[in-house]
Design a protein around this ligand. Structure first.
Ligand code: NAP
Length: 464
């Protein structure tokens, strides 16, 4: 174990991309003897790379090789299975570190706020994503895919696309990945034939990336279907795309218009993209979803010229067996950490935590990643984000604007409280075990989905 006594010690809370990029930027700061302790409430590291990125996106998941290298830096320690607000409090961290960085992401989801949201058959995409990725928080969910033919999927960001692809992809292909075992069993029973993506704005404002929507069309047996009416741009969007549209937005429109021109295609499964529609009410019988009443929208530029959806007054009913909401993640308050309720993130100004939105800076406390800026951007976006926060931390370090810790190593406190912290060595042994178990099952990795099971295996591996 690394000697924890040093002149500059930092606690990072959350071991996803933002946590690792923060550690990396600190190690690259050139300051001698910098010590970074990374905490995670789960026994396993990597946050959304393990628990969010889809199992058939192993190339994105391979970014963990970079995190492995960061973890080899002298001065790095991992404390998994340690939850802030339960096992340690913010005051405990403040007594041991010069600076604390919150990088715990956004773990909850946005609500639609329409009647019928609590019907059986209505699910949050965030739950589905955690479930198929064997995230311990989500293993108990049940998705009633047996007998379901049409799924409505609200929102058209990349999470919606992941959900659609997992629902429609051949299960035998998914079985070779690191998908949760319990999900495979459910997906094998699925009778889903069509996923209808409901975008409240037009094709030019679709939030998915061109690569992601194209990939869906390349999945065996799946056609991306768009009607000519849905693919057409209204005047507001046409002008907006010409003046402000990014290359990605232009490519999305080109692809959707190509698909509209090509017609529905021969595949047995369809991903149908609808635009300018928004759920007004979820309809059911005997507590079970049967249809969604959707209102038609038109676009109106707001004060900044951004097209915003407004109801036209027209409505229709779309029969569906299940509905998934993929309308964005949202942060949850963590005890002792100031929270911006309106934005659903840690209260902060460009990464410096403030006592409340608009309030004073809380010296020594910082945020990076989704809990700093909200749930946007790709994995790599968090690298620049973390560097920006670390630049402020280093400036404050130079100025001596830091916490004044009395103790130099938190490990004795954790031992005193009998907290069973998972070290990086523990994780490496578990990692090798998961891969070996996966190989025996003909897949990349066998993930255990419960914290108890994970800890049992970690104990067993420790004793070997
Ligand atoms: P997102 O990109 O922000 O998309 C959210 C979608 O929900 C948008 O289409 C949004 O429409 C819609 N929406 C929000 N509120 C709504 C409401 N009340 N009614 C109807 N629609 C509503 O978020 P995300 O898909 O959760 O993804 C989060 C981040 O992770 C994104 O940056 C994404 O690119 C990234 N990600 C990347 C990958 C990948 O690279 N493979 C995979 C997954 C996630 P408006 O645009 O009209 O607000």
């Amino acid at each position: 174990m690394t000697d924890a006594s040093s002149g500059y010690r930092i606690a990072v809370v959350g071991s996803g991309p933002a946590g690792f990029y923060t550690a990396e930027a600190l190690f690259k700061s050139g300051i001698d003897g910098v010590r970074v302790d990374v905490f995670d409430r789960l026994p396993v590291p990597f946050g959304l790379v393990r628990g969010g990125v889809a199992p058939d996106h192993q190339k994105i998941k391979s970014v963990t090789r970079i995190y492995d290298k960061i973890a080899q830096c002298p001065g790095f320690r991992f404390f998994g299975n340690v939850r802030l607000g339960r096992d340690v409090q913010v005051e405990d961290l403040a007594a041991h570190y010069h600076q604390i960085v919150y990088t715990f992401g956004c773990e909850s989801d946005n609500k639609l706020g329409v009647v019928g949201e609590d019907l059986d058959g209505v699910y949050a995409a965030t739950d589905f994503v955690g479930w198929y990725n064997a995230h311990p928080d989500h293993r108990h969910h049940r998705f009633d895919l047996k007998g379901a033919r049409r799924v409505a999927l609200v929102g058209n960001g990349n999470v919606a696309i992941d959900v659609a692809r997992i629902l429609l992809a051949p299960v035998d292909e998914l079985a070779k990945t690191d998908i949760a075992e319990h999900s495979l069993a459910t997906l094998r029973e699925s009778s889903v034939e069509e996923v209808v993506l409901l975008g409240r704005r037009g094709p030019a404002q679709a939030a998915f990336s061109p690569k992601e929507i194209k990939e869906c069309h390349e999945v065996e047996g799946v056609d991306v279907v768009v009607s000519k009416g849905d693919a057409a741009l209204d005047e507001v969007s046409q002008r907006w795309l010409e003046e402000h549209g990014s290359r990605s937005q232009q490519r999305n429109v080109e692809f959707l218009q190509e698909r509209a021109a090509a017609g529905p295609g021969p595949g047995p499964k369809k991903l149908t993209c609808r635009f300018l529609v928004s759920p007004a009410e979820l309809l059911g019988e005997n507590g079970k979803l049967g249809a969604v009443r959707i209102q038609h929208m038109r676009l109106e530029p707001d004060d900044h010229g951004t097209p915003r959806p407004r109801p036209t007054g027209d409505e229709e009913e779309l029969a569906c067996d299940l509905l998934f909401k993929a309308i964005g993640y949202r942060g949850e308050p963590v005890p002792g950490v100031p929270f911006d309720e309106r934005r659903g993130i840690v209260a902060n100004v460009e990464g410096r935590v403030v006592e409340a939105p608009g309030g004073d800076v809380r010296v020594g406390h910082y945020a990076a990643g989704w809990c700093k800026r909200g749930p946007t951007g790709l994995v790599g976006t968090n690298s620049l984000d973390a560097k920006q926060t670390v630049a402020l931390m280093l400036e404050d370090h130079r100025q001596g604007r830091m916490l004044d810790p009395s103790d130099d190593d938190i490990a004795p406190l954790l031992a005193e409280r009998a907290i069973d912290a998972v070290s990086w060595d523990d994780w490496q042994r578990l990692d090798a075990w998961e891969r070996a178990q996966g190989q025996e099952r003909g897949k990349l990795r066998h993930k255990l989905a419960s914290t108890d099971e994970l800890m049992t295996v970690i104990h067993e591996l420790r004793s070997r």
